[in-house]
Design a protein around this ligand. Sequence first.
Ligand code: PBG
Length: 327
Amino acid sequence: MDLIVRPRRLRTDRVRRELVRETRVSKSSLVLPIFIREGKKIVEEIAALSGHSRYSPDMLPYFLETVQKAGIKSVLLFGIPLYKDEQGSGAYDENGVVQQAVRIAKEHFPDIQIITDVCLCEYTSHGHCGMLNDNRVDNDKTLPLIARTALSHVQAGADIVAPSDMMDGRVKAIREALDLSGFTENAIMSYAVKYSSSFYGPFREAAGSSPSFGDRKSYQMDYHNSREALKEAELDLLEGADILMVKPALAYLDIVTKVRSRFNVPIAAYSVSGEYALVKQAHQAGLIDETEAFCEIAVGIFRAGADILITYSALELAKWIDEGRIG
Ligand code: PBG
């Protein structure tokens, strides 16, 4: 007689289903991006990122209260200055918008982990991520400014700096600058694998950081390549990166898996503004259910191998974790 092997109905009810889940999402592995703009008493909705606002530094603590209550423990800050110049000097001004925000945040919520995005593009009049030389980004001239920016964030109280500029050698330049000033404990989460992507569209509207000419293809990666991702990740690790980030996430889950299996450091995936907007807009059009979609996407990213998920849906996910919809 043939033996019939049955799957023991492990997937039939919720309790059993939860017991045998391979992938779990916990609030402590989520990071919420927040936009900080210069000024006072400003909370300004971002049309391109429904549900998100730009906060002036003085208003940040009010929002962080919500973040803390939801159980989200880490945030990623982006700065939007009032004035921009060729050198992006607002990025490394000790009273710059991010530096102010970090100080206020740490004063009121010392337990929230602050990660800062380190880049010049929001601060340069031309919108490129570095210094220009004949309309081309000059990698080596940019490095000291990136290092100075990172140091000023850490001096203000940031726990982790996340360089997103993609200049070669920036992780080393930052590590040296931090160590020389005694900030040996502060970690670097490098945007090691950052593709040149159309999914950054809403972010550029939110942060006003579109390049005024050309594109970022000379310093962001071509999405036809995946071996190059491993090379970039390896270089950043050798230069001293503590956490490697892959960005965007959804169209790059194979890259998350590859980077995860090759390197034994924490891997972060950044589900970017365009990925969030896709779901939000489709939900608002009545085409898909955002709760289901955001949960499915988050679990998919962790299943691919990410340890950390940076997502604009972090607050919603926290609520759905509380409600037992994912976990
Ligand atoms: C700055 C930066 C960008 C994003 C994160 N850091 C914009 C860009 O590279 O154009 C995009 C994040 C998102 O779309 O959510 N260099």
